[in-house]
Ligand binder design. Structure first.
Ligand code: ADP
Ligand code: SF4
Length: 701
């Protein structure tokens, strides 16, 4: 039964001609599947609808080849042939009583046209956003009329696909409707440039066009960024207030946020739940139309507070809906404890950034709904009465034990330490990473509800212990540790003076409380978050810190998780010196010799200690010794032995959770083929000329 305090979240709301059944709104989010994998995309959106979201949106949807976003894989409505992929999504979403929303966009100078080879267009002639070495030309009045036509036709196609809400997109610095607002992008001297009234003209026209085209049956939403944080060259709050005032009642729905994407989907390391409120709170005071906004909302109390205090009418979620597609349903069913809360790591964002299907640290089924038929809430029951021993209570072991327990297996989880969580527990104590403990907390909470899963803490198992235990299936998730010898991406060999150096520290040392003093060099040969978090910790403990990397920029992989700018800013604010394009040649305990990777010039730095964030080694000694004793398995009753997670190959927490989940899904199930998932094939489609070659699938040799 639902807690009556949350009733407000389940009140229907009229949005133009349609009605949302409750206040949970999955705002548009990228997923790396888009037009290239429409079956996978539709299945992912369907799960959200099944999980209780009143509105389920697409990602950005390109309206014309001159706004081609290649290599990013988004939705596409260039012509009628793109309709079926989105019609499929609409059907799936409607089947669960949800509304489908479509985010139309033409990205002008922030498109690429790498595939279409069209010339880029923009309000004024300008370079492209992503550093491609070509430029966009200024749009003529004819181009503006064409853009309006493309948008109107795409809206009509969206309506034919079955969409209930059509977005006009003016956010994230990613669409022409926004680019015309920005002084730095719009230096026109005609009716579309100069004073605000002129810069807003195109947005107003496109909104009106869309309403005229589809407003009889579809609601028209405006996604609008109220602040870019770039000063007068960008949209600023004061001007945004004027814009909202000018367009107040024109859209049926305001979806408001911050730009660019790194200011909108801020990692939890740099922003808390509800962080956008001070910026967007004015919107509801300016318009009578419903307002949706985001804030990585996972707490129903915070959500209700947003509605009660008149900040929002609808709770917008992208990441929380990825981490738990069933979030609304769980609140409705009074199962708030079961919500799998987003940790704000932005690994989901990295899918889009690396042009691969979305994955999520907390939700291993995200992106696997169609190709592996994984459902976030359901799992096949166990095949036999076999017992399973899970060794190691980090994210891999916890998820394996939880999901095996959900299948009904008799599971024993042994953990060497006095606490569960493995690396997650340890890393969550580092500056800014506290919310990552949710990976542990949700799994421990679920395991406590399962009578068939027993947890043994303070239980360091040896090979003999495992053999004596007598479980049919044994899975080792014993983790990994950081290397001390300097061996990493840049060095295939040890760095002289490192391996036995008393003044060499690893991230494990820091997490164990062994903190150096004085002038410390943090050596980042990893490229993700570990080094900058270590640098921050050391600085907060009073060390003088140099962040050194052989790469040309600090923490380059954090570009994929939208951390990068925040990391750079935080390092600068803390007075942490950056030394890029330098590698370490040697260390004698007080002097570090470094070398410029391009000029090979060497210099010496006084240095009291080095922290090495380079690479990790699997803790697989238990696995190796059990492999050596394979002859004894049968007598011990062991049928299968597996090593998973960081103990198999160190990776992200997301990889460990996935490994644990996959192990549980596949245990005692028939083996899948060489390719362990379904793929979209040319030839699946009757109109595809490749279909006639289907007969060659038969090997006749
Ligand atoms: P992963 O990310 O793969 O889950 P972690 O390093 O987070 O790996 O977790 C591994 C866990 O395994 C740690 O908590 C560690 O204490 C535990 N562990 C390692 N070796 C053993 C062992 N022999 N017996 C029981 N627990 C172990
Ligand atoms: Fe949240 Fe991380 Fe999952 Fe993204 S990947 S939804 S940020 S838990």
């Amino acid at each position: 039964m639902r807690d009556p305090r949350y009733d407000l979240l389940f009140e229907p709301l009229k949005i133009g001609p349609v009605t949302a059944k409750n206040r949970f709104f999955q705002v548009p989010h990228c997923n790396g599947m888009g037009h290239a994998m429409p079956l996978a995309h539709a299945a992912m959106r369907e799960v959200k609808a099944e999980g209780g979201w009143a509105v389920v949106s697409t990602e950005e949807c390109e309206i014309h080849p001159s706004g081609d976003l290649t290599p990013y894989v988004e939705a596409r409505l260039w012509d009628d042939r793109d309709i079926p992929a989105l019609a499929l999504m609409c059907d799936k979403v409607h089947a669960h009583g949800a509304l489908a929303a479509l985010e139309l966009t033409h990205n002008g100078p922030t498109a690429s046209n790498l595939y279409s080879r069209e010339v880029l267009i923009a309000p004024s002639a300008q370079p492209t956003k992503y550093g491609y070495p070509h430029q966009a030309r200024a749009m003529t009045l004819h181009d503006i009329r064409e853009y309006r036509r493309w948008h109107r036709e795409a809206a009509l196609r969206g309506k034919r696909a079955g969409m209930d809400i059509i977005y006009v997109y003016a956010a994230h610095d990613l669409s022409l409707a926004m680019h015309f607002l920005q002084r730095r992008r719009n230096q026109r001297s005609d009716d579309y440039g100069g004073p605000l009234e002129n810069r807003v003209r195109l947005l107003r026209e496109v909104l009106q066009d869309t309403k005229d085209a589809v407003g009889d049956r579809c609601a028209v939403a405006l996604r609008f960024a109220v602040e870019e944080g770039l000063g007068p060259g960008g949209v600023e709050l004061a001007e945004a207030k004027d814009i909202v005032g000018m367009l107040a009642e024109l859209p049926d729905l305001w979806d408001v946020n911050l730009a660019a994407w790194y200011n909108d989907s801020v990692p939890s390391r740099f922003a808390a739940e509800g962080a956008q409120e001070p910026f967007i709170a004015f919107v509801k005071k300016t318009t009578a139309k419903p307002v949706v906004g985001v804030g990585r909302f996972t707490s129903p109390d915070t959500m209700v507070s947003q509605l009660r205090r008149g900040v929002l009418d609808l709770i917008g979620c992208a990441r929380p809906s990825i981490a738990d597609p069933f979030l609304p349903r769980k609140i409705e069913q009074g199962r708030v404890d079961d919500i799998r809360e987003c940790i704000g790591c932005n690994v989901c964002v990295s899918g889009d950034m690396t042009i691969s299907p979305i994955r999520c640290t907390q939700n291993p089924s995200m992106g696997e709904e169609w190709r592996k038929s994984w459902h976030p809430e359901h799992i096949a029951p166990k095949r036999t009465a076999a017992r399973v021993l899970v060794v190691g209570g980090g994210p891999a072991g916890l998820e394996a034990a939880r999901a095996l327990g959900q299948r009904g297996y008799d599971v024993s989880l042994a953990e060497a330490r006095k606490e569960l969580g493995g690396r997650v527990t340890r890393e969550a104590r580092l500056p800014g990473l506290a919310e990552w403990a949710r990976v542990r907390d949700w799994r421990v909470g679920q395991i406590h509800k399962l009578a068939n899963v027993s947890v043994y803490l303070d239980s360091m198992l040896s090979a003999q212990d495992v053999l004596d235990f007598g479980a049919e299936h044994v899975v080792l998730a014993t983790g990994c540790h950081w290397r001390r010898d300097g061996h990493g991406r840049s060095h295939g060999f040890d760095i002289p003076g490192f391996a036995d150096g008393a003044r060499i520290h690893t991230p494990d040392d820091l997490m164990d409380g062994r903190i150096p003093e004085g002038r410390v060099v943090v050596y980042d040969d990893d490229g993700y978050y570990h080094a900058s978090v270590a640098a921050e910790l050391l600085r907060l403990r009073g060390c003088e810190v140099i962040h050194l990397t052989p790469e040309d920029s600090l923490a380059p992989w954090t570009l994929n998780t939208l951390d990068y700018r925040h990391v750079r800013k935080r390092m600068a604010e803390l007075g942490i010196e950056a030394l890029v394009s330098h590698d370490i040649v040697g260390y004698d305990g007080s002097t570090l010799t470094v070398e410029d990777v391009w000029t090979h010039q060497r210099r010496e730095l006084a240095c009291d200690a080095v922290v090495t964030a380079t690479a990790r080694l699997p803790d697989d000694a238990l696995y190796q010794s059990l492999l050596q004793r394979e002859a004894e398995w049968a007598d011990a009753g062991i049928r299968t032995l597996r090593c998973i997670g960081d103990a198999e190959a160190p990776g992200l927490i997301a990889h460990a959770v996935y490994a644990g989940h996959r192990y549980a899904r596949e245990l005692e199930e028939p083996a899948s083929g060489e390719v362990p998932f379904k793929r979209h094939f040319h030839g699946d489609n009757a109109a595809d000329p490749l279909r006639k070659y289907g007969n060659r699938l038969q090997n006749t040799d």
